[in-house]
Ligand binder design. Structure first.
Ligand SMILES: *Cc1c(COP(=O)(O)O)cnc(C)c1O
Length: 422
């Protein structure tokens, strides 16, 4: 993946090249080949003879070898290999049937009974509830911390009890805080913990999590890698030490993804960089427009100059995406519903990262235990929001590939419906 001068290929090029090994796109007896790995639908893998079967059993713990369907076949291997190739510093990638399965798979790979699991307070809600639910039932103690308080995190790490893992998410996928990943990761590592990060928002092209001190990167491929709202999948890419643990645990849990979904994810991956750049530009246009609206108390979009988290985003990230949140000024839940219901281009639904735009009412207060929602001191931050701390009704937008001018016109229409309907 270098050009004739030895320079590492740029992101857009690497996204096109990743995982396209010749042995997965050609047949030994035939000249030529195809562009994409075929869909290898397989449960049984066949052996030449009993000796080959015996040899495979002895060497079965190797990647990229036929063994049995649960280990995948070239379609899944090509996807995992592509994700590893895009993740700077990764040794390998495990695929999971959903993003949530990836989170659970990562927790179970590293946390042992009696250990502490420190979860950033702005994490995806299931990341929190798996910690206090499933992991607690295995004797792991989940604790939450304010990801913006590096000193507080240092004090928490210094408390008694071995820390199994720390989970970060930057930005938090509801409230969009960007934490200082290198500082938190260094502190966690000093305490002997594995550092995991849910990097679904920026993805491997927008944030190099391992290069910023993490051991494992969780991605909900359901979102941007799939990119077309038609598949569920997750992945964890990690350092060599972590990868072996992930693999052992995933195999014992029986995690495997379908080759059809893997082929769809590979197709999505080829346009990932292009889509993210377009979505980010459109999201910025919409965010700037929202910031000028009298109905809006705050725009929580780290890519937006002056918005919360922008400085750290600019320091550490090379890209963003179309997902951000805005808070209504002096309005209630009914007004918010009138706004969202009136939108024609934005679907109402969970998930994000598809080619189509979505709007979702969010009330993050119910999934926070350390940070207040709305934040203490209100929205008086540098994003130009009002000072009224009572504004709490938020809308999360996933900006897709529509023309941003049409999206803005739709939101304008939504605001009119919000004001007229009450
Ligand atoms: C959606 C999401 C997940 C989970 O992915 P699924 O494939 O829906 O299970 C994990 N993390 C974040 C940040 C998400 O938005």
């Amino acid at each position: 993946m270098t050009d004739p001068n030895g320079r590492k290929h740029r992101t857009a090029t690497r996204v096109v090249e990743a995982g396209r090994r010749r042995q997965w796109t050609s047949v030994p007896d035939l000249a030529g080949g195809v562009v994409n790995p075929p869909v290898w639908r397989a449960s049984t893998h066949l052996y030449e003879n009993c000796a080959a079967l015996k040899e495979a059993a002895a060497t079965s713990n190797e990647d990229g070898r036929f063994f049995y369907g649960r280990r995948g076949a070239p379609t899944q291997w090509a996807l995992a290999d592509a994700l590893t190739g895009l993740e700077e510093g990764a040794f390998g990638t495990m695929l999971y049937p959903s993003g949530v399965a990836a989170i659970t798979g990562a927790y179970l790979a590293v946390c042992r009974p009696g250990e502490r699991l420190l979860i950033a307070d702005n994490s995806y809600d299931p990341s929190r509830s798996i910690g206090t639910g499933l992991m607690a039932s295995y004797g792991v103690k989940a604790e939450f911390f304010d990801p913006l308080d590096v000193e507080g995190f240092r004090r928490l790490c210094a408390q008694d009890g071995k820390i199994g893992a720390v989970l970060l998410e930057a930005p938090g996928s509801l409230t969009m805080e960007v934490c200082d990943v290198p500082a938190l990761a260094a502190t966690a590592k000093e305490a002997g913990a594995w550092v995991l990060i849910d990097n679904t928002w920026a993805g491997p092209t927008g944030f190099s999590a391992l290069a910023h001190g993490c051991d494992g990167v969780i991605t909900a491929l359901t979102k941007h890698v799939g990119g077309h709202s038609d598949l569920m999948m997750g992945s964890v890419s990690g350092t060599e030490r972590l990868y072996h643990r992930l693999r052992r645990t995933a195999q014992q849990l029986g995690h495997v993804v379908s080759p059809d979904d893997a082929a769809l994810a590979l197709r999505g991956l080829r346009t990932l960089d292009l889509r993210l750049r377009q979505e980010s530009a459109s999201a910025l246009a919409v965010a700037r427009w929202l910031r000028g609206r009298p109905e809006v108390a705050a725009v929580l979009c780290p890519m937006l100059e002056g918005a919360p988290g922008h400085d750290l985003w600019k320091r550490d990230f090379t890209g963003g995406c179309g997902l951000f949140t805005f808070v209504l000024k002096g309005r209630d839940a009914a007004a918010r519903a009138r706004l969202i219901d009136a939108l024609r281009l934005f679907g109402i639904g969970y998930s994000w990262g598809g080619f189509e735009s979505l709007a979702l009412p969010i009330d993050p207060g119910s999934c926070r235990s350390v940070r207040d929602w709305p934040p203490r001191g209100g929205w008086g931050g540098p994003d130009g929001g009002g000072l009224d701390g009572s504004d709490r009704f938020a809308v999360r937008l996933s900006i897709g590939l529509e023309d941003p001018a049409d999206l803005i016109a739709d939101l304008d229409h939504g605001f009119a419906a919000m004001e007229n309907g009450g």
